[in-house]
Every structure is written in structure tokens, then in C-alpha cells.
Write a protein that binds this ligand. Structure first.
Ligand code: SIN
Length: 426
């Protein structure tokens, strides 16, 4: 994987999560990994609970009691194994941001990790999730009792009770971060207050900026390509053509489709600056915003050509694009990587907002979808995103749920498989 274009420094960062159980640490850790990976920065999460489960799969709350010396021993062993694997990953796989997902609630434990990082020249950065919002904690306890491998097959009520007792055991020893010489971000009730201390590198500041924009209120994002366009009908790429008759029919039906899925929730619609997205969103009775960053991937010299014309005129380019579609940049135009870089402010704004519907273009939609669904770069440019289909994304604690709603309006397929000649398609 190539490194991110504006990663100027040669730094390796260990993000050390801190906080009681049920404070959303794993969710935050996974989101950081997803965001950085999307930006081509090598990031990986090392979850101490997963290592502990190899020896102790279904512990009761007593296992986490500080006075339980066997529990302490096994938990330390699990943390050592996670850290060992993380340093191996830094060394052997050129890892850039490793995330140690664990409670790390005591100063002693944090100092131990700090020493290990400093010996390896890895920058330690603490991310503490501090939360006393009972609703958020309850929501997390409910999620854990139904999704945690620790409680698989157990009665959900007993699981919730045991998990509460586990939290109590951690509370007995919890020391919040206050050391002024440490690099840390303290998130208080996710999004309501953020304390930042001694952020040093550019990459750390990117992570902080991302964390500052997060919220965990329930919400959905709806994605749709524009309706079928005149260029779609003639097989041409790019341009700024109007919708076809079937595309206009999709635009007319879209309010009903959206209402079925959105219900009475407030919604804002984002479109690109191109006519086909604005014509598609025309009848949606919600506030609308236009973003240049949502314009289709710029095909440069190939704008306005069909795939067949590109294959005839620029056979080497046609083949090179198939070889590595993510990196391939049209002469005078853009690559998928370029689109991801220009979409970063869109992703940041999406993280800040609640219900948003985006009407955009095939390549842009693939990049946004890849961020939410964690789709690898070599696959994202090949994803099938048909016309006349509304996609609902619902971010949940452990991933994003997808619902696809197809409008019953035929449209051409603009999908070309890897290796498929444009010539034989006709
Ligand atoms: C766990 O064993 O589930 C987590 C260990 C910890 O971070 O305290």
C-alpha cells in the first residue's frame, strides 16, 4: 500500500486507548483504523481482550478484580502479547499507527506501555474516553451483552449484571489521565468536550481532528447515483449531460422512495455541481447543499469518450487502468486516490452531521461507500453500484448496516468488469 500523500513525517504512533469498559473505546479505535486505512495510512488495532480470550474465553467479573492475582497475571500476559504483536507489525509490515485497544486504566499500566514505546522510538499517544452519560453507558452495556464474545450463549440479563460488576472492579482502580508531559486526547461524553495535550506530529493532529468531529448519535446516510443520463445512454463517461427520460422518472419517484426509508426524520440533501445530480434531487422536499468535492472523477482527456473509444485511442491507458484502477490517473484528470483525498472534508462533515442524503456519481459513491464499509482499495473501484437504487447506511457499534432499495425503473448498466474489453461488450 502506498503511503498517504501528505504524510510528511516518518513517524510510528502507538495510540493507547484508556477508559472504563462500555465507554465506546473499541468503536473509537475501529473508526480511527477505518479512517486512516481509507487514507492509505497503515493502521491496525490490537485488542487486548481478544488475546485474553485465547486463555480465558468467558471470564466472570471476579476475573477483573484487582485482588485476583491469577486474573491480573493473565491480563498482563494478554497485554504483553498484544504489544509484542504490535511492535512486530511496526517492524515487519511498516505499520504507521498501531492502536492498543484496552482499558489501561492505571498510571502503572500506562507507564509500562510508555517505557516500551520509548525504547522502540514509537510515539505514544493516549486517547481516553471518559463518560458519565448514563444513556451512552447503558446503550453500550446493551450492545456488549448481545455482541461480546465473552457472553456468547449466556442469558442477556445475567450478562448485563456481570458486565456491570466488571465495570465496578475497574472503577476501583481507575485513574484518569492528567500528566501534563504526555500526549493525549480526552474525549468527554463523546463529542461534548475534548481536552488535548501536547499533540506533536502532523499525523497526531489529523487523528485529533477526526476524533473531535465524531458523534455516536443514531443516524443514517442515504446514497444514490444520479438518474440515468444522456451520456449513460450513449456509453460516454464524464461530461455534464441532462437526465434521460428514465432518469427523470427516477427523480420523480425519488421523494416517495426516500420518504419510505427516512420517515419523518430531518434530512439534508447534498449534490455535486453537475446537472444530473441536481436534476435527480430536484423534487426532494429537503434542504439541499451543493459540493464541488462531490463531482465525478475527472476523466481528463477521456472525458466525453466511450470505453470503446478509450480502448481504441489509448490502449495502454485502458490496460493500465485495469491493472491498478485505484492508482490509475486519467491523463489530465484524476485517479480514485485523488478522489479520496478531495472527499476527506466530505467524510469529516458526514461524521459531524446526522441524517444526510448524498446524490452523486459512480466513482465518488464507491469511495464514500468504501469508507463506511471498510472496502479495501483494490476492490472499491470495482464495486457494482447500479443506477436507480437508494442505499441506506446505518452506522452501528460494530460496523455499518446496509439496505438497498431498488426503484422499479430500468436503466443501462454502466458497469464494466475488470479485464472486460469494451469492444466485445457491444
Ligand atoms: C479484557 O480482558 O477484556 C480487556 C483487558 C483490559 O484492557 O483491561
Amino acid at each position: 500500500m502506498a503511503s498517504y500523500s501528505f504524510q510528511a513525517e516518518n513517524v510510528q504512533i502507538c495510540v493507547i486507548m484508556v477508559g472504563l469498559p462500555a465507554r465506546g473505546k473499541s468503536l473509537i479505535a475501529q473508526k480511527i483504523v477505518r479512517y486512516l486505512t481509507w487514507l492509505s495510512i497503515r493502521a491496525k488495532c490490537f485488542n487486548v481482550g481478544n488475546y485474553r480470550r485465547l486463555e480465558t474465553a468467558h471470564p466472570t467479573a471476579e476475573f477483573f478484580d484487582v485482588n485476583n492475582s491469577e486474573g491480573e497475571r493473565l491480563r498482563k500476559l494478554a497485554a504483553e502479547a498484544a504489544i509484542r504483536d504490535m511492535f512486530r507489525w511496526f517492524d515487519q509490515e511498516q505499520g504507521v499507527v498501531g492502536i492498543l485497544d484496552a482499558t489501561n486504566t492505571t498510571k502503572t499500566r500506562r507507564n509500562w506501555i510508555l517505557d516500551l514505546c520509548r525504547k522502540r522510538n514509537v510515539e505514544p499517544m493516549f486517547v481516553e474516553s471518559w463518560c458519565d452519560d448514563e444513556d451512552l453507558i447503558m446503550q453500550n452495556i446493551m450492545d456488549v451483552k448481545t455482541t461480546s464474545p465473552d457472553y456468547v450463549g449466556q442469558d442477556p440479563e445475567k450478562a448485563a449484571l456481570d458486565f456491570r460488576n466488571r465495570i465496578r472492579n475497574y472503577e476501583k482502580v481507575y485513574e484518569t489521565i492528567s500528566e501534563r508531559d504526555l500526549t493525549y486526547v480526552k474525549l468527554i461524553n463523546v463529542g461534548s468536550q475534548v481536552i488535548i495535550n501536547r499533540i506533536q506530529s502532523y499525523l497526531e493532529s489529523r487523528i485529533v481532528y477526526y476524533l473531535m468531529n465524531l458523534h455516536i448519535k443514531p443516524r443514517c446516510i442515504w446514497l444514490s447515483r444520479h438518474g440515468e443520463s444522456a451520456f449513460n445512454l450513449s456509453g460516454k463517461i464524464g461530461g455534464d449531460s441532462d437526465l434521460s427520460e428514465r432518469g427523470r422518472e427516477y427523480a420523480r419517484q425519488l421523494p416517495r422512495l426516500v420518504k419510505m426509508s427516512v420517515g419523518d426524520r430531518p434530512l439534508t440533501v447534498w449534490t455535486s455541481t453537475l446537472k444530473r445530480t441536481q436534476q435527480t434531487a430536484k423534487y426532494l422536499p429537503y434542504r439541499q447543499l451543493t459540493w464541488k468535492a462531490l463531482d465525478e472523477l475527472d476523466a481528463g482527456q477521456c472525458d466525453g469518450l466511450t470505453y470503446e473509444e478509450i480502448e481504441n485511442r489509448y490502449p495502454d491507458d485502458f490496460a493500465a487502468r485495469d491493472e491498478n484502477k485505484y492508482e490509475y490517473r486519467y491523463p489530465g484528470g484524476e485517479s480514485y486516490r485523488d478522489v479520496v483525498v478531495r472527499l476527506e472534508p466530505i467524510i469529516m462533515e458526514l461524521e459531524r452531521q446526522e441524517n444526510i442524503m448524498i446524490v452523486t456519481h459512480q466513482a465518488v459513491l464507491r469511495c464514500i461507500y468504501a469508507y463506511f464499509m471498510n472496502v479495501p482499495q483494490d476492490q472499491s473501484p470495482w464495486m457494482e453500484v447500479p443506477l436507480h437504487t437508494l442505499i441506506q447506511l446505518e452506522p452501528k457499534a460494530y460496523g455499518t448496516e446496509v439496505i438497498r432499495i431498488k426503484a422499479d425503473i430500468p436503466a443501462v448498466s454502466t458497469y464494466r468488469e475488470k479485464g472486460q474489453s469494451a469492444k466485445i461488450k457491444k
